[in-house]
Structures are given as structure tokens and as C-alpha cells.
Design a protein around this ligand. Structure first.
Ligand code: ZN
Length: 204
């Protein structure tokens, strides 16, 4: 008597680091592809169709669809926040008054709050001295990793820096619109955030 069976054999097609929701952190993963085989006496002999690929956490063994790799790792996220914030605040200060003490203090607070410990006036001056458009990539990377409400929150932070030394000027408003587009916000979302932030400042 021959014992027939069916089995899926997986092999690893790629490896890397991803954010595992189950473990709650950055973990190594294996991206695996499978193929069905007909087994004879438990030995896979006749290859059949391929199965879809999946991603498996090597720590907790949880399997995910491959789209999980599009999510940023925690390390990437941690690097993107301060880098994006630095580019945002520098652009807003250039549009307004880079020498304003109130705006500079708020800018440094915002960058420090985004995770850049030790960010100071000298670092801010270095960021302001960057050529125009140097921060575009960092801003796009930040926008990529945030959902819309979080992008709006960052934009509001930047608008408050522009308003630290008085009402938003025309140039600061234009800067806010350009930065918002860089973050991936729509025109309507930008107008909403500017209006709400100006109203919020009027009440306080
Ligand atoms: Zn895991």
C-alpha cells in the first residue's frame, strides 16, 4: 500500500527587520514562499501550485500578510520624527523671523519633544542654514509614517511656532501650506488646521 499525502513546503525568500505587532517591537522576520507537494510515504515528490508568500516573526512565529513590511519599524519611526520636525521648524523660522526668541524657544521645544535630546540654538542655526528644500525628504518621510490626524498635529505645532511672535504672516501661511503638502495633507485639511490653530491661540 502506498501512502499518499499533501503538504506545503516553505522556503525563505528574504529576511530583514520589521515591526511585530504581537511582540510589540522590531524583530527579525523571514519572508517565506510555499509550494504544495504530493507526498509519497511522507516524502514530497510531486510539486503542485505555489501558495502565497507570508512574513513570519522569528521570535513569536506569528505569520502576517506581506503588506506588514510596508509599516515602518520602531527604529525608523524614532529617527523620522525628530528629523522631520527639524526640517519643519527650520522652514517655518526661515519664512518668519529666524531671530525671534519666542519662536526659537518653541521650535527647540518641538524638536526636543519629537525625541532629539540636546537640540539647542546652535543645532537650530545649523538647520536654518541648510539650503532651501534640504528638508523635503525628511518631511515626506515623516508624513509617510503618520496617519492624517498625526500629520495635522505636527502641522499645528509648526503653525504655533510661526505664531509665537505674533499673528501668522502671509509668508508664514504660504510656508505652512507648502509644509503641509510635503506631509501629504490636502488643501482643505491645511485650511482647517490653520483656522483651528489661530482660533486656539486667540482663546488662550
Ligand atoms: Zn513577533
Amino acid at each position: 500500500m502506498i501512502i499518499w499525502g499533501l503538504r506545503v513546503i516553505y522556503h525563505t525568500v528574504a529576511q530583514g527587520t520589521f515591526f511585530c505587532r504581537k511582540c510589540g517591537g522590531d524583530r527579525a522576520y523571514r519572508r517565506r514562499a510555499g509550494r504544495r507537494f504530493i507526498t509519497v510515504f511522507f516524502i514530497p515528490l510531486i510539486p503542485l501550485s505555489k501558495t502565497g508568500e507570508h512574513v513570519q516573526c522569528t521570535t513569536c512565529k506569528t505569520r502576517y500578510v506581506t503588506e506588514v513590511l510596508r509599516l515602518p519599524t520602531a527604529a525608523k519611526m524614532q529617527a523620522a520624527l525628530p528629523a522631520g520636525m527639524r526640517a519643519l521648524v527650520a522652514a517655518m523660522l526661515i519664512a518668519g523671523d529666524p531671530a525671534s526668541q519666542a519662536a526659537r524657544r518653541k521650535a527647540i521645544e518641538a524638536v526636543t519633544g519629537a525625541g532629539a535630546q540636546g537640540y539647542d540654538d546652535a543645532a537650530l542655526d545649523a538647520d536654518i542654514a541648510q539650503p532651501a528644500g534640504a528638508g523635503r525628504k525628511a518631511i515626506a518621510a515623516l508624513g509617510d509614517q503618520l496617519q492624517v490626524p498625526a500629520r495635522e498635529w505636527y502641522l499645528a505645532e509648526v503653525i504655533r511656532i510661526g505664531m509665537a511672535d505674533g499673528p501668522l504672516t502671509g509668508a508664514e501661511r504660504v510656508a505652512a501650506e507648502i509644509l503641509a503638502a510635503g506631509l501629504g495633507l490636502t488643501q482643505a485639511q491645511v485650511i482647517g488646521v490653520i483656522t483651528l490653530t489661530e482660533q486656539g491661540a486667540g482663546q488662550s
